[in-house]
Design a protein around this ligand. Structure first.
Ligand SMILES: CC(=O)N[C@H]1[C@@H](OP(=O)(O)OP(=O)(O)OC[C@H]2O[C@@H](n3ccc(=O)[nH]c3=O)[C@H](O)[C@@H]2O)O[C@H](CO)[C@@H](O)[C@@H]1O
Ligand SMILES: C=C(OP(=O)(O)O)C(=O)O
Length: 430
């Protein structure tokens, strides 16, 4: 069993470099398999989801090499299989991007059902609807699905809901389809724009990414190329919140402040002093956090992936806050853990009602998913006594070095490991 210990350390202060976006990286790495030449990606974080993609790459003949400089080189010229192992596919969320990318090249793809954070319901119906509109058939089996198309033809696709995953996947499938595809009610997230920019750099013809209507003119061939992934707005947002909860001053460097517009506005509302320039943002905790109302929605609204750390921050606000989750109405697994630490929070429907200002006290808590982990780190920073967080593997899906980066700001985080009976039994069976 592994856990992270968070010891009281007072206000966090300093600057932190923000790595490349996890969610964009996962799309770009799969998208690279569409190319007909070598692709170099800069800034891809060295996180567990990316390591898993490297294993999938090995299985299918997509060579993925990380150079000492940190950049990743992909060689998609010798992909020999479009079968993604169900176990590996379901160990993270974005395996579905291999469906869109490989379908376009091979005409038949087999992928295990997506895993990732468990928010009770995370359907992929809009992905399938897009593939079907382009002329594919979809078949669901016990632990995988098969998508097949003799030829993909451009189509008009109207999404029933705004989804960044299905928007990106539809782009991947349509890029090499014959003719024009129009996506309506498309997601406008920076990760959609980043994926489109990358593919356009290889010779794709995608227009309007960043608006809710995207036009794709199919091309028969894509060159190799080079692209730098956008910075991780979600990692950045959580560091800014850590300034608020500890009463310190934190600067996130190498970010695109525009991607954090809703976060900056909400943190100002909560009483933090916010300043930003072209590529950095500073948050100053002013001692008192103000209660506020948060609604997590799709971009450019307040990100659902920042809802959990924001909830931790609001446990320390004066008065009553309400956090409403419109993207994943059940994304409240962090709440019972915060309650163990002394927070007064009640969840009703898709909202958490927080009676702020109760002191937090360190305890054993469990991170059920990546942002629940961030939320508990933040709570631990504000708590009296030591907080011990299990479920470290979830944090490692999204963070390259969560301990090092918080400690560089003056926090006291450390990783611990103890062999349990269950661990020894598992080792004996291996
Ligand atoms: C790997 C990755 O990039 N993960 C992100 C991605 O997840 P993911 O791509 O799974 O999320 P989507 O943007 O697709 O989901 C948005 C909303 O659409 C719904 N939906 C989605 C697809 C579908 O076929 N049918 C459907 O109903 C979802 O239930 C959700 O309510 O965007 C989420 C929303 O910003 C983030 O929390 C995740 O961190
Ligand atoms: C929900 C998240 O990730 P995933 O979609 O990969 O599960 C997240 O990054 O907060």
């Amino acid at each position: 069993m592994r856990w992270i210990e968070v010891e009281p350390a007072g206000p966090l202060n300093g600057c932190v470099h923000i790595p490349g976006s996890k969610n964009s990286s996962l799309a770009l790495l799969a998208a690279a398999s569409l190319a007909d030449g070598l692709v170099t990606l800069e800034g891809i974080p060295n996180i567990d989801d990316v390591k898993l993609i490297a294993q999938i790459g090995k299985d299918i003949g997509l060579m993925i090499t990380r150079r000492p400089s940190g950049e990743i080189v992909l060689d998609p010229r010798y992909i020999h299989s479009a079968i993604i192992d169900p176990g590996k596919a379901s160990a993270y969320r974005a395996s579905y991007y291999f469906a869109g990318a490989l379908l376009a090249k091979f005409g038949r793809v087999t992928v295990g059902f997506p895993g990732g954070d468990n928010f009770v319901s995370r359907p992929i119906d809009q992905h399938m609807k897009a593939f079907q509109a382009l002329g594919a058939t979809v078949e669901f089996r016990e632990d995988h699905y098969i998508i097949e198309a003799k030829m993909l033809r451009g189509a008009d696709i109207y999404f029933d809901t705004v989804t960044s995953g299905a928007t990106i996947n539809a782009i991947l499938a349509a890029v090499r389809a014959q003719g024009r595809t129009n996506l309506y009610h498309a997601a406008v997230d920076p990760e959609v724009v980043d994926t489109a920019a990358f593919l356009n750099g290889l010779g794709a013809r995608i227009y309007g990414a960043g608006t809710d209507r995207i036009r794709i003119e199919g091309v028969p061939y894509l060159d190799g190329g080079r692209h730098a992934v956008i910075p991780d707005r979600l990692v950045a947002g959580a560091f800014l919140m850590s300034a608020g909860i500890t009463g310190g001053t934190v600067t996130v460097k190498d970010v695109i402040p525009e991607h954090l517009g809703a976060c900056i506005a909400k943190l100002s509302e909560a009483g933090l002093e916010m300043e930003w320039d072209e590529n950095s943002i500073t948050a100053r905790g002013m001692g008192q956090i103000r209660a506020t109302r948060v609604r997590a929605t799709m971009y450019p609204g307040f990100a659902t992936d920042l809802q959990q750390p924001m909830t931790a921050l609001l446990t320390q606000a004066k008065g009553k806050s309400i956090v409403t989750e419109r993207v994943y109405p059940n994304r409240f697994n962090h709440v019972p853990q915060l309650r163990r630490m002394g927070a007064e929070i009640e969840v009703r429907g898709e909202s958490a009602f927080i009676q702020g200002g109760r002191p937090l006290v360190g305890d054993w808590v469990h991170a059920t998913d990546v942002r629940a982990g961030t939320c508990l780190v933040l709570a631990g920073l504000a708590a009296e006594g030591c907080t011990r967080i299990t479920g470290v593997e979830h944090l490692e899906r999204g963070y390259e070095d969560v301990i090092g980066s918080f400690d560089a700001l003056g926090a006291k985080l450390s990783l611990h490991e103890r062999e349990t009976e269950q661990d020894s039994r598992a080792a004996g069976m291996a």
